[in-house]
Design a protein around this ligand. Structure first.
Ligand SMILES: [Zn+2]
Ligand SMILES: [Zn+2]
Length: 385
């Protein structure tokens, strides 16, 4: 008779998340896997600002005002902070369904569709919900095995469904969604201001210095200026254009994804049910609305059981020590999951992907029909026709 030893390993839930994200700082930082363009963004911003601080700021502080470099530093810090906040945060990833939940949804779909004849195409997996008197279709995600909440979409790069998905931005190295959109917008807005600021004061610097010592000697003395002007000039159009586009989207309470797909364009005769028909209200909701908690519980703890053949001495000792040897040698069907907040509770949840786990009740609130943040399968049950 062979004994089996169970070893329990404590790990964080981010280690088992199924998408294509990368995590740093023990799950605190979450990004897309491809980060090359993000490093380029960071390099361009820091490089251009460093040249400005080195070549123009000393001259401008003496000849115009010391406030010029001070404001540039403040703006630079704000831009980098907004960039990192957008890049390092959970954009609003929706957890995938657990195997049991996926089976339940499959059963529900099969029951609703009835028997499909062999060779016939099954009907599309869509559910309709009513939002502000508009019928909105919820599509089934075959990867995440959930009916996506309204406005959510599956990012093929990150391989996750993201709530209020706007777009995947390689420049910030992350998806832009419900939880980081406002920081993304503040990043583009402040970057536009910073680019215009540096570009304008580059020109002022060249003009002032040329009056004193001539244009050619100015360029020779401050070679960084030419590079800065070129970088700012080419960045300006795209960044200011992008900010203008997102200002337009915010005023309509619309996402880039919805704009590209034409979700609320006239041809469908479906009006945007999320718009308040008021620019100020729309801007307030997008920019000043509540900060939604992450539903991933990335730093939650989980216990994994792994079985291995026990050495004879150890197995004998464990048999003597244990008052209930069966519980020690039998692998439980549902692994016990530790949670930082509720270590004694172990209820099934879809908080951390396919592994059986629990999530913090603080972070996983019960779904409500008005909250798209609610977990999809539960929303459907309440609101589907
Ligand atoms: Zn998905
Ligand atoms: Zn993405």
């Amino acid at each position: 008779m062979s004994a089996v030893m169970i070893t329990r390993k404590v790990s964080r839930k981010w280690e088992k998340l199924p998408g294509k994200n990368t995590f740093c700082c023990d799950g605190r930082v979450m990004m897309a896997r491809q980060k090359g363009v993000f490093y380029l963004t960071l390099f361009l911003i820091i490089g251009t600002c460093s040249l400005f601080f080195a070549f123009e700021c000393p001259y401008l502080a003496v000849h115009l005002s010391p406030a010029i470099p001070v404001f540039a530093v403040l703006l630079f810090v704000f831009v980098v902070a907004m960039l990192l906040r957008t890049s390092f945060s959970d954009p609003g990833v929706l957890p995938r369904a657990l195997p049991e939940e996926a089976n339940f949804i499959e059963m529900e779909i099969e029951a609703a569709n009835g028997n499909v004849m062999a060779g016939q195409r099954p009907p599309p997996r869509i559910k309709n919900v009513q939002i502000n008197n508009q019928i909105v279709k919820l599509k089934y995600c075959y990867t995440c095995k959930i009916f996506r909440p309204p406005r959510a979409s599956h990012c093929s790069i990150c391989d996750n469904c993201v709530d209020r998905f706007d777009h995947h931005c390689p420049w910030v190295g992350n998806c832009v969604g419900k939880r980081n959109y406002r920081y993304f917008y503040l990043f583009t807005l402040s970057l536009s201001l910073l680019t215009i600021y540096i570009f304008a004061f580059d020109i002022v610097h060249v003009v002032l210095r040329s009056v004193d010592s001539g244009f050619l000697s100015t360029i020779k003395e401050t070679p960084g200026t030419v590079l800065e002007v070129l970088v700012c000039f080419f960045t300006l159009w795209s960044v200011v254009g992008l900010t203008g586009f997102h200002t337009y989207l915010i005023s309509l309470n619309q996402t880039t994804n919805e704009d590209i797909k034409g979700s609320w364009s006239g041809k469908n005769r479906v009006q945007n049910p999320y718009s308040h028909k008021n620019i100020i209200k729309n801007c307030c909701e997008v920019l000043c609305g509540p900060n939604y908690p992450s539903v991933l519980d990335r730093r939650g703890l989980m216990l994994e059981d792994s079985t291995s053949p026990a050495p004879p001495a150890a197995s004998a000792a464990s048999t003597h020590k244990s008052s209930n040897p069966v519980s020690q040698t039998t692998k439980s069907s549902a692994p016990l999951i530790l949670n930082e907040h509720t270590p004694d509770e172990a209820k099934p949840s879809i908080g951390a992907g396919p592994q059986k786990s629990t999530s913090s009740p603080k972070e996983e609130k019960p779904p409500s029909p008005t909250s798209p943040n609610a977990v999809a399968p539960a929303v459907i049950k309440e609101s589907a026709h």
